[in-house]
Design a protein. Structure first.
Length: 110
């Protein structure tokens, strides 16, 4: 299977809908969907974009990822989703249903 941006979005929605249903937890998703272990960071978007860079902006990772924050707010020491205020960073700090829903909303609106 060739991973495309459209397929990455579809798979990411599946993953994050599961996290929302589980109250923000992710314990069982990978166990039940081991194919996600093959993706960089268990994320289809990371698989496509984490190693993409752009010489013009200086962005070394995540270039082209629809989930990365706006460049003007970018901390170049962190990957896109780990930026302060990013929905994934919030979820990673506190795994709640609300924070998982924030990531899901970001994906659906990308």
């Amino acid at each position: 299977m060739k991973l495309t941006k459209k397929k990455a979005k579809k798979l990411s929605i599946l993953k994050w809908e599961s996290h929302v249903i589980a109250g923000g937890e992710d314990d069982y998703f990978i166990e039940e969907n081991p194919e996600f272990e093959l993706f960089e960071n268990e994320c289809p978007f990371c698989e496509l974009f984490i190693h993409e860079s752009d010489k013009k902006t200086g962005l070394q990772t995540c270039y082209g990822c629809p989930l990365k924050p706006i460049l003007e707010n970018y901390n170049f020491d962190l990957c896109g989703c780990l930026q302060n205020g990013h929905p994934y960073a919030k979820w990673d700090d506190e795994r709640t249903e609300e924070n998982a829903q924030g990531v899901l909303n970001l994906i659906k609106n990308s």
